[in-house]
Design a protein around this ligand. Structure first.
Ligand SMILES: [Zn+2]
Length: 408
């Protein structure tokens, strides 16, 4: 669509010199990756052209517009929408939602800056990642929209909250390298050093989003404390998607629900609910209708196995769930649903017991049964979970957590 094919940022292994990996001195490897990062930064290679959306076939454009009329539907087919928009689903969808909520007008967003921001966000996702690409970001944004419309949220959220929720969803995996944090740490990737091995990916997604906000000056007309507040809150939302911290968020959520003390009149409580909504949106694939859910499952497993192949090739320890010889799509999915997805959605349903929530739980149960039918031996330990989706007290195994941190 007229973009430079060159990428900046976090290639999983372009920034790693595998020859020096097993030696004691990794200083050169780090320097190399920093230099590459600097050389490929957008500042040095100029500004890409704005997206020529007019090249779309008029018929496709009409069908895409038609789909947007049902953007609040849980059956929304983001894969079809992405094809109809010629791979521009994230730009189209986010722009449409910001406009539909009246946020462009309310916050006096400059259309040229906004368009440029969204195109840059979409471009900074890696198309070559089977899963962590702009279509996943668009899917999470669409799910976030569905949750924002739920009565409890719709009645209490401010326009500022909605703006943050949508922006966080659209940028939450920005510049994802297609490998997980343990991989970045064990290959001495510059991102692991930069963020001291802590929420490495999430910190990078956040800082990349802030970089694009500043580069496009999207909020430069707002008082400086407001734009700093947007940046800070965006960080707090994106960092909440770190699945290795899921128990922390989940027990806080559970305590609030047990004590029935969530007061959405308080900004801090609304922010916490937004964090939980984004977490749900991020891992809601197993709660979608089977035809959509299945495609996501295949894509995420492909990404895991690709990482496993790189690890095998470079004689690194193969990460859990990444060995294509030891795992199947079904076994990976059943574990993920049981230990990560079900506990989260069990609490979400307690918070917002609506038709949408019941629909999501229904799909979750059916999808798990479908995977179990495809792989009877993998479902042995999870059969009871099937009839009891909310095994909320169960401790996620490290296996499942490790997968979750990749999937988020
Ligand atoms: Zn994600």
């Amino acid at each position: 669509v007229g973009f430079e094919p060159e990428r900046r940022g976090s290639h999983p292994y372009l920034g790693v010199d595998f020859r020096t990996l097993h030696s004691l001195c990794n200083r050169e490897a780090l320097l190399f990756s920093f230099q590459r990062h600097l050389l490929s930064s957008r500042l040095l290679r100029g500004v890409p052209h704005l997206n020529p959306l007019h090249i779309l076939d008029e018929d496709y454009c009409g069908q895409a517009k038609c789909m947007l009329e049902k953007v609040g539907s849980w059956n929304f087919d983001i894969f079809l929408f992405d094809r109809l928009t010629n791979g521009n689903s994230l730009v189209f969808l986010t722009f449409h939602l910001l406009n539909q909520y009246g946020l462009i007008e309310l916050f006096q967003l400059d259309m040229v800056k906004l368009r440029r921001f969204l195109v840059l966000v979409q471009e900074d996702y890696h198309n070559q990642n089977p899963y962590h690409n702009a279509v996943h970001a668009a899917d999470v944004t669409q799910a976030m929209h569905c949750y924002l419309r739920e009565p409890k949220l719709a009645q209490s959220l401010t326009s500022f909250d909605i703006l943050l929720g949508l922006l966080a969803a659209a940028t939450h995996d920005l510049d994802h390298p297609g490998v997980n944090q343990p991989f970045l740490i064990k290959t001495n990737h510059y991102l692991a050093a930069l963020y001291r091995n802590t929420s490495v990916l999430e910190n990078h997604h956040w800082r990349s989003a802030v970089g694009l906000l500043r580069e496009t000056e999207l909020f430069s007309h707002l008082p400086v404390e407001d734009s700093l507040s947007i940046e800070r809150q965006l960080g707090s939302l994106i960092l909440a998607t770190d699945i290795s911290r899921q128990n922390e968020y989940l027990s806080r959520f559970r305590t609030h629900l047990d004590e029935n003390d969530l007061c959405l009149g308080h900004a801090s409580h609304r922010h916490f609910v937004l964090q939980m909504a984004l977490k749900c949106a991020d891992i809601c694939n197993p709660c979608r209708p089977w035809e959509l859910s299945k495609q996501w499952s295949e894509k995420v497993t492909e990404e895991f196995f690709h990482q496993g192949d790189i690890e095998k090739k470079h004689k690194l320890e193969i990460s859990p769930l990444c060995d294509s010889e030891a795992n199947t799509i079904a076994s990976v999915q059943i574990g993920f649903m049981t230990y990560v997805v079900e506990p989260l959605f069990a609490e979400w349903v307690r918070f917002s017991d609506t038709r949408l929530s019941q629909t999501m739980l229904g799909h979750l149960g059916l999808n798990k049964a479908s995977w179990s039918a495809l792989e009877p031996e993998a479902s042995g330990s999870s059969e009871e979970g099937e009839s009891e989706p909310g095994r909320a007290t169960e401790e996620p195994s490290s296996r499942a957590l490790s997968q979750g941190s990749q999937e988020s």
